[in-house]
Design a protein around this ligand. Structure first.
Ligand SMILES: N[C@H](CCC[C@H](N)C(=O)O)C(=O)O
Length: 274
């Protein structure tokens, strides 16, 4: 199986183009995802990303986390597959429509390996996120491992629990992350973002991803952070989200789509023996 190894700010993916020759049709994707993403016995990645034919978009993207679970959307991956698609198929336009489980997402490939993505509108209704609360899911208290946090839940097609803290230095991500990811309040589990505010235009974020653990960056997570930050009145329309792997630039106005701009890099091409 031919693949490309790509990443967005160090959130790395094995990208397989199934548009012309669907070689994985009869594979179990969860099992294949776990094997390919294993950093010792496989290629090693945060996720396996497939490009597939689509009847309602330029192509379809599927994202399998390293634990084998399938996610509705992935911000860093969609930048990667958009750049790949434009360089491989040389379409007349650099703005694409990509079918995902979160709906049609629209990336635009810019110069110098940057991609700007219309991420669609955030989902804020508890039952659609989903999060098991009746009220508006803003500043909801949650206690894990003897520590109390307040989260704001936002979906970008995939669920996020955004937690603003005074200092990221005190966050024990490997302990607290999984405890919130798998908390009963989240019927489909959740991604978790811890946020330290520098100012209304700049935040620092640590991410614990559903089905992938601590990653260097999360595009849907950065988007959810700015939505939550604006709802809480902490952030302006245009925000730099500083992640361990680098910065994503997010724009959001109430009632509109979230826009995310960031890099997409190709590291190597390879052949995996199924
Ligand atoms: N682990 C995530 C999917 C990948 C999201 C992240 N890598 C991004 O860039 O948005 C989930 O299960 O919702």
């Amino acid at each position: 199986m031919e693949f490309l190894k790509m990443h967005g700010l160090g959130n790395d993916f094995v990208v397989v183009d199934e548009i012309t020759n669907p070689s994985l049709a009869n594979q179990s994707l969860p099992e294949l995802g776990r094997k390919i993403c294993d950093r010792r016995f496989g290629i090693g990645a945060d996720g396996l990303v497939l490009l597939l034919p689509s009847s309602k978009a330029d192509f379809r993207m599927r994202i399998i986390n390293s634990d084998g679970s399938e996610a509705e959307m992935c911000g860093n991956a969609i930048r990667c597959v958009a750049r790949y698609y434009v360089e491989k198929y040389k379409p007349t336009k650099r703005s694409l429509a990509v079918e995902t489980l979160a709906g049609i997402i629209k990336p635009e490939v810019l110069e110098n390996n940057l991609v700007r993505v219309d991420m669609g509108r955030p989902i804020l209704k508890p039952q659609e996120i989903p999060v098991a609360v009746e009220e508006e899911p803003v500043n909801i208290p949650i206690e894990v491992l003897g520590q109390k946090f307040y989260f704001t839940a936002v979906s970008m097609g995939n669920p996020h629990a955004v937690i603003f803290v005074d200092s990221l230095a005190k966050i024990e991500l490997e302990k607290i992350g999984p405890a919130i990811e798998t908390h009963p309040l989240f019927p489909r589990k959740t991604n978790v973002e811890f946020v330290e505010i520098e100012n209304s235009k700049k935040v620092k974020v640590l991410v614990w991803e559903r089905g992938a653990g601590a990653t260097l960056a999360c595009g849907t997570g950065a988007s959810a952070v700015v939505v939550a930050g604006r709802i809480l009145g902490h952030l302006t329309e245009a925000v730099e989200v500083i992640l361990p792997g680098g910065s994503l630039f997010i724009n959001w106005n109430f009632g509109e789509s979230v826009y995310m701009t960031g890099p997409a890099e190709i590291v190597f091409r390879g052949e995996y023996y199924l």
